[in-house]
Every structure is written in C-alpha cells, then in structure tokens.
Design a protein around this ligand. Structure first.
Ligand code: PGA
Length: 243
C-alpha cells in the first residue's frame, strides 16, 4: 500500500520531503536515515543544507546509511557516491562524520564489505525513514530487475540500461562502473517509513508501470514497496505527463 502525493515540481517536493526529514529529527534527534544519490535528491539536499545553515535543523545526532556505492572508481572521482554525498549534503550540514555510512569502495574484499555493511545497518537500524529514487528500469538502490525481494546488501553487476542512463554523468559509457555494492530490497524494506521520489519526464514510463502494478513484480524492483505498510510516492507534473 502506498500513498501518491502529486506535486507541481521538484521545488515543491524538496520543500515537503525536507520538512518530513526535519520533523523526524525534531521528534528523535538520533534518527537513522537511508539516503540515495542521483539527480533526484539534489534539490532536497540543497534545502536541508540551507535550513541547517539557518539553524532550523541540526544533524548532530543523526545517523545515515547510503543505499549504494560504485566499485572501481578512483577515490577522488567526482561521481563516486562518497564524494557526491560530501559535496551535496554532508559538507554543508553539522552531521558527525562517524555517523555517516557508505559502502567502502576501497575495501579489499567487496563481498565481505557488503556483509559487514548489512550487519552494521542491522545493528544500528532499522531506519526511521528511507528516501529513494527510482531507476528508469524500476530499480531501487542498484537492485536491478530480477533481484529477489529477500535480498540483503550485496555486490551487483550494474545492468547495461542503468549504465547507459548513468553515462550522462561520465565522459563516456566505458567509464561507468560495471559493479556496485547495494543494500538489498529486504534491507530497504526494513525501514519504518519509505519515501520514493519520482520526478522528470524521463520517469514517465516507469512511473506509469509502477502505479499500475498490484503486487511485487521482480521486473520492477520498486514494486516491492507495495508490500510495505508505510510508503509515500512523491511525483511531479513532468513525471505524471503534465497532469
Ligand atoms: P536519478 O537516478 O535520480 O539520477 O534519476 C535514480 C536511480 O537510478 O535510482
């Protein structure tokens, strides 16, 4: 079951979702969030940074677990999700660096890193709130079509369609990593509340398919959310086809 919240544009979504995050922190200072990367959350992160700088919210006790991380990029690569998060959110807020969790793409053994990441999350979690985007192929995190609903954090081969979609951030398709570590669908579903944000005309087709499904369809991993009791889907007019 989920509730669809139709908004005018990305700015309105950023206002609403950042307010939900800030209210969660007011209720519980040590709230734990699962966070996404990609272009979708950028306006939300901008608003959180602004509000933190203006003293409206403090992240001092907040804990975060990122959904996923590319493997195989140099540590200073612009598109490495660690660097994305520092640039777009963490360097602009007062979070304690030791409360930030992102899979370590420099680990010697990636399967072990995935296992340890899952364990750390389970020890500290469950998340109070998970914020998600959706891939054009329906993925959440890097859980590509065909991923089991019972999956936990694992090493994944990124699908060709996702590599093509993400190549807009790189100089060429060859530079897009082929592997990543991602939280599994079961890991994400453990969050007490989930917000999925779907914006822009590139998401029209997947939004349409997603909203028509009545049960989990492994071809559209995001449909796992239908089995969660507390999901809000924030969509903008562009993704709704101008409606
Ligand atoms: P996007 O990516 O926000 O850049 O569209 C979403 C995703 O692939 O999960």
């Amino acid at each position: 079951m989920f509730r669809v919240i139709k908004c005018k544009n990305k700015t309105e979504i950023a206002e609403k979702v950042s307010l939900r995050i800030e209210n969660q922190i007011k209720r519980k200072k040590s709230s734990l969030f699962i966070l996404p990367t990609g272009s979708t959350p950028v306006p939300i992160y901008k608003k959180l940074v602004k509000d933190c700088k203006e003293g409206k919210v403090s992240f001092k006790k907040v804990k975060t677990f990122n959904l996923d991380e590319y493997l195989g990029l140099p540590s200073d690569h612009y598109e490495r999700y660690y660097n994305f998060m520092m640039r777009n959110l963490f360097s602009g807020i007062d979070i304690n660096p030791s409360n930030i969790n992102i899979p370590n793409s420099e680990a010697k053994n990636f399967s072990r890193e995935a296992k340890n990441y899952e364990q750390k999350y389970r020890d500290e979690g469950p998340a109070d709130l998970a914020i998600l985007g959706i891939g054009r192929n329906g993925h959440i995190g890097f859980n590509e079509p065909g991923t089991g609903i019972d999956s936990v954090t694992h090493v994944v081969s990124i699908s060709e369609s996702t590599r093509i979609a993400n190549s807009r951030f790189f100089d060429s398709l060859e530079q897009v990593p082929k592997k990543a570590i991602t939280m599994g669908i079961d890991t994400i579903m453990s969050a007490k509340e989930i917000i999925i944000v779907i914006t822009g005309k590139d998401k029209r087709i997947i939004l349409d398919r997603f909203l028509k499904e009545k049960d989990f369809d492994p071809d559209i991993p995001a449909t796992a959310l239908l089995k969660h009791g507390n999901v809000k889907v924030y969509v903008d007019r562009e993704a709704m086809g101008g409606k």
